[in-house]
Design a protein around this ligand. Structure first.
Ligand SMILES: Nc1ncnc2c1ncn2[C@@H]1O[C@H](COP(=O)(O)OP(=O)(O)OP(=O)(O)O)[C@@H](O)[C@H]1O
Ligand SMILES: [Mg+2]
Length: 236
């Protein structure tokens, strides 16, 4: 397979066309961003760590019967994926309160949510990724009702698989964001699952091991990502 021109340069990844019509190459860069791109830094090794972390998690999900876009790792910072028609939507599940939900609802961080809660956000940095509901998705035509149902169902299935995976490494999966797209008419998981898009805490100490270390200037960002990876069996 040959890598062709860059199609899209996001905040953390670049997407390339390939000579296979239904395949893209994702390049995980060292760029780290937060607050809708207002804070940006280069973190050494981040692209490699996230690329390998993502490949490992996507393969676990695939093995559990969840269809993903992941095809193969082709270098330290690049993976081949299926070309999806992405929905402009983020699906978020929260098992424990943290981040924006605390500000929005005036609740303290660290409260268990039973059952876990689900939120949709519109992918739009200029608007600060506003929270939306299923009616918005229908009314504005961002996705069809059956696809919305499928995204919700798959996002909860991911919770079942990954809560256990991280628990085996003595970590709590606090929350996470997923993006989906259509491939040959089927809703499948796209984008990435890395500590950039989820919150993970050490089960005993509740030490933050995710992008909150970057957002909050706690240091040791990539060291934490690597530790999480090693605890679940990723080889870097
Ligand atoms: N399999 C795929 N097919 C097509 N596009 C994809 C696929 N997987 C991920 N993408 C898209 O590629 C981009 C990856 O770049 P990155 O995550 O760095 O973007 P970003 O700055 O977060 O911007 P965005 O808000 O669009 O996600 C995202 O827009 C994502 O939705
Ligand atoms: Mg993104």
């Amino acid at each position: 397979m040959n890598k062709l021109e860059e199609l899209f340069r996001g905040k953390a990844k670049s997407v390339y066309n390939t000579d296979e019509a239904d395949r893209l190459i994702l390049l995980f860069r060292d760029d780290t961003s937060a607050f809708d791109g207002k804070k940006i830094e280069q973190l050494d090794r981040k692209g490699m760590v996230n690329n390998k972390f993502n490949a490992f998690v996507m393969e676990k999900l695939e093995a559990a019967g969840i269809a993903t876009h992941f095809d193969s790792l082709i270098s330290d910072q690049e993976s081949v994926v299926k070309r999806l028609e992405m929905f402009p939507i983020e699906c978020v599940v929260r098992n424990i309160t943290a981040g924006s939900i605390c500000r929005r609802l005036g609740v303290e961080e660290g409260k268990d949510l039973n059952p876990p809660t689900f939120e949709f956000f519109l992918k739009n940095d200029d608007l600060g990724d506003p929270m939306i509901n299923e009616y918005h998705i229908q009314s504005f035509g961002w996705a069809e009702a059956e696809h919305v149902e499928k995204m919700k169902q798959l996002t909860f299935e991911v919770n079942n698989v990954l809560k256990d995976l991280f628990l085996e490494g003595d970590m709590l999966l606090v929350d996470y964001k997923l993006e989906f797209g259509l491939y040959k008419g089927e809703v499948i998981l796209g984008d990435e699952f890395t500590p950039d898009g989820c919150r993970l805490w050490d089960k005993e100490t509740r030490k933050k091991l995710d992008k909150d270390r970057f957002r909050q200037g706690l240091g040791g960002v990539i060291e934490a990502y690597e530790e999480v990876g090693k605890r679940i069996g990723v080889e870097f």
